[in-house]
Design a protein around this ligand. Structure first.
Ligand code: TRP
Length: 449
């Protein structure tokens, strides 16, 4: 089994050069390794906890999606989606909330920091603390364990959240008596560059010392680079390369040989002005082609939307069957008697006894297939295909890649965003819900075969 690597990106700010070198570049690099299944998502529900400006949240989702795609994320390879497109995350969040001790949340750093600040100000300890902030780690745990991520690369400030995710997952496993969730491991990338900002402190929006990644184009990049603080040594005087932020920045975007040459030039007396121009040229050489892709993407938000929708579909194909198992585990069961197969129990595969597909030909000669439950109940009927191969291909893909969604008086099966099959009309909402659960269960069962 491949290693599942998952990380979330909170959609508040506009990405800068430090985000690129510290998070985006290493994550994309990791996603191209053999044996890795990468899950990257825009944590837009988490953004709502920190930000109540709708325009900023909306803008940041777009910019971040465009940035990751322009930086080389391959959506065919990586499951790339928005948290808010996966209702199973919020559903799982509730199941986890119900097993999470309040005392555990009381210990969360972010919450405690707010309480401490309030104490210092002499106001109520919970002043300005929302339940979103308080429960932040539970939502994050749901993000992670829903996909059974093995490894979660994050910054140091997130280590405690990962510990809490493990703790919560373990409690659920223990309480409901099975290994429903993999316990995720935190990955702190020691190698990854933490870039200094214009003033030499860590590059961060809160210090207002950032170098923009794409926004503002080449001229904004140049003017930021020209504002990097240096010492007052004149051209001709040897510089302390090792101690200069300029060199640290250069090194993060150059090979060891190129960095050594730059360093020798600084130590040989290159002026700061020339050094800044050299740094700018190097950055621009790397960023210009990416910026071109970024601008092209930003000009076509509907294309980004499509990519994210396709990503959500991939993610939900995994999340929906997982939720069925979890609902069953906690007792939210189908009252009609037909129970989803428990994750631990291997599905019965007696000949002809499980859920199955049957293919048939219509009177007009076109090809269709049906999904039947073990007891023969019709759960889906496909559209008419002129080409039997296409019908066969859709049928094959449906269990793993299909997405069932409620539709008028029933539900429909989607593949790659298009409807390929529909349900019989239900008598009422409860009837539809029952059928839909049985259809999901049937597809989940077939997906395991
Ligand atoms: N809390 C993370 C941050 O601020 C973002 C995040 C949300 C996340 N859900 C996640 C990171 C799941 C890793 C896994 O950086």
């Amino acid at each position: 089994m491949n290693t599942r690597v998952l990380t979330g990106i909170t959609t508040t700010g506009t990405p800068h050069l430090g985000n690129y070198a510290g998070a985006i570049r290493p994550a994309i690099q990791a996603s191209t390794q053999a044996g890795v299944d990468a899950f990257f998502f825009l944590a837009d529900y988490h953004a709502l906890i920190k930000c109540d400006d709708p325009a900023r949240v909306a803008r940041s989702r777009l910019e971040l999606a465009a940035t990751w795609l322009a930086s080389g994320l391959d959506p065919e390879r990586v499951t790339f989606y928005r948290q808010s497109d996966i209702p199973e995350i919020t559903e799982l969040c509730w199941l986890l909330t119900c097993v999470t001790p309040k005392g555990l949340m009381n210990r969360a750093h972010a919450y405690k920091a707010s309480v401490d600040q309030n104490a210092a100000k002499g106001v109520d300890p919970d002043d300005g603390v929302t339940m979103g902030l308080f429960s932040y780690p539970i939502l994050m745990a749901a993000d992670i364990v829903l996909f059974n991520a093995h490894k979660v690369p994050v910054g140091r400030d997130q280590i405690q959240h990962l510990e809490m995710a493990r703790d919560i997952a373990q409690r659920f496993n223990h309480l409901y008596g099975s290994d429903f969730f993999v316990l995720p491991e935190v990955v702190i990338e020691e190698e990854v560059a933490t870039l200094p900002g214009l003033d030499g402190r860590k590059m961060s929006k809160s210090y207002n010392n950032t170098i923009p990644l794409f926004e503002g184009g080449a001229s904004a990049l140049r003017s930021a680079v020209m504002r990097i603080v240096t010492d007052s040594r004149q051209p001709g005087e040897p510089k302390d390369a090792e101690g200069s932020h300029l060199y640290t920045l250069y090194r993060a975007f150059a090979t060891p040989a190129e960095s050594a040459r730059f360093r020798a030039e600084l130590e040989g007396g290159m002026g700061w002005g020339d050094a800044k121009t050299a740094l700018y040229d190097r950055l621009e050489g790397i960023l210009a082609p990416m910026r071109e892709r970024y601008d092209a993407l930003m000009a076509r938000p509907e294309r980004i939307e499509e990519i994210l929708q396709a990503g959500a579909q991939k993610a939900r194909a995994m999340a929906a069957p997982a939720l069925l198992v979890l609902r069953e585990a906690v007792g939210l069961r189908n009252l009609g008697g037909s129970q989803p197969a428990a994750k631990t129990a291997q599905p019965a595969r007696k000949a002809g006894k499980g859920a199955r597909f049957v293919s048939f030909r219509d009177a007009d000669g076109s090809f269709r297939f049906r999904l039947l439950a073990a007891d023969g109940e019709e759960l889906l009927t496909s559209q008419a295909y002129a080409d039997p191969k296409q019908a066969g291909a859709a049928m094959k893909r449906l269990p793993a890649d299909g997405l069932l969604q409620e539709a008028d008086q029933g539900y429909a099966a989607h593949l790659d965003g298009a409807v390929v099959a529909g349900s019989p009309a239900g008598a009422d909402a409860a009837d539809v819900a029952g059928m839909l659960a049985r259809a999901r269960e049937a597809l989940a069962e077939l997906a395991q075969q």
